[in-house]
Design a protein around this ligand. Sequence first.
Ligand code: ADP
Ligand code: ZN
Length: 596
Amino acid sequence: MNSTKKVLKSVFGYTSFRENQEEIIGAILQGRDVFTSMPTGGGKSLCYQIPGIILNGLTVVVSPLIALMKDQVDEARSKGISAEFINSTLSEDDSFRIYSDLYNSKVQLLYISPERLALDGYLDKLKEFNVSFIAVDEAHCLSEWGHDFRPDYLFLSKLKDKFPTTPIAAFTATATQKVQDDIIKLLKLKDPYIVRASFNRKELFYHVRNKSEVLSQIANYIKENPDKPGIIYRISRKDVEKTADYLQKKGIKAKHYHAGLTNNERTKNQELFNNDQIQVIVATTAFGMGINKSNIRFVIHGDLPKSMEGYYQETGRAGRDGLDSECILFYSPGDIVKQNFFINQIEDPTEQEKCKKNLNSLVKFATLNVCRRKQILEYFNEPYSQNCGNCDVCNNLTSKIEGTVDAQKILSAILRTNQSFGINYIIDIIRGADTEKIRSRNHHTIKTWGIGKDKDRHWWQGIITELIGQEKIYQDSEKYNILKITPKGEDILYGRDAFYINESTFTGKVNAKSREKLIDSTSGLDKILLQRLKDKRTEIAREKMVPPYIIFSDKTLKDMALLKPTTLDDFLLVSGVGEKKMEEYGPIFIPLITHL
Ligand code: ADP
Ligand code: ZN
């Protein structure tokens, strides 16, 4: 076994690397700069923690998440890694101890905030500690194109000047090329090893439901899933508070979170959630970056999000432990109207255009009869051809209506005009418009002219959007976006295949059939044992004053309940158990299993 694999098992308790981890670690150990874009939960932290353990000297981790640093450090220490953090919350005593440990080369991993690095002369001070590697977490904060731009991060451009031979690795969960280019340029990475991981989160089930009485819809979902921690996102602070109040009145342990609260209130509510002391947190998008809680089982959006990037980030907070989790979006056409109202007030025309585009892609996502996962991945330029089998569309849970005949009308109009015209012109033909353009081309004499008079423009627009979404036709971007028919479209046109549309594309009134409950992932396991293991974890967490997942993740406890280890050697086989945790917790947890 090579040394990285050994560390993976002995420190982290895992037997195999996830995709890309080994390559990233290898590149860092060879002294190369690295850029990594990987979805939330992909396993980025291990990619800098393992080099931190293996390399002689100090590994510096720059992270904007001050509120999270203590947890990150506790978590690393729980595995036997010598980790510390430096930020504005540190007491003088701790600070004194940490610097003395740094001078004595006793620290492997140092988490530090960008503000601290930006202090006058701080980089020179850092140079005294034999820095062997620098990791920049949440690196998209450097880019104005990202959604969390932080001016403090720009100071990180100086890292390469001060540490020209030290490898720097940037990590982000943002997928866009622009952000990637920005990060590489601003951090001055030299010939970086670039990893763009797949953004597919297989464990997430996406569904869109019709929004009617959203408060009771949300409450009902939570009542049906009483033990599962989850996040509820609402757009406005007012709705956040209203929703949290409503849930509390229904007896659900909920707190709210938005930028209008004081720092103290925010931290307190976040900690309650982290420590499993409340079930749900209702929040604006201010909540979230870097949430480390790994057992979030659902993320609900009570309103249409503003962009696919945001939606993807927010839903990505579910299922970080790799267990099945649900992402539910409540959609109503009324949300489009509301958002358009705000978009129309934006003064900068480019910004306004950008927001409209973003909104449009979300509307498509919510309404088209196309696999949700495919839509998300293609939005991030990742081709995805099959149906995922893990979303409402692929599981036939949406209300569909047949639109074969209407699709054939459109396809026929496209064909009879030699596949040379764009959307508006085709709709004009279908609706029998009497325009100069149509007459001059003699298109008022073709059979399909006026064949769709009975339905309005909006309807035909919807059919065309669905046809494009389902790849029956496409817009040729090199030729003024004229519509062309694909082989799949020909199958519809010639009656070899039927065409279904989502009812919500047109009316927004999906009678969402109640989805069969997800197969409870604990079925077959000994639930009593699992509960005992969880209780023990809570007890230890309280004693140590750390969040429970730092002791063991839910996934680890499930694995333990399944494997039922009765010796320390067997205990080490449980996923997520390394040597330190074996020694520390084996003797506590094994008796629960043997005395079952
Ligand atoms: P990210 O920082 O990319 O969002 P994390 O580093 O927090 O993700 O990892 C997410 C979860 O996956 C953590 O619970 C982590 O322990 C687990 N994990 C990481 N690498 C592996 C692996 N090779 N095998 C099993 N679990 C892993
Ligand atoms: Zn799907």
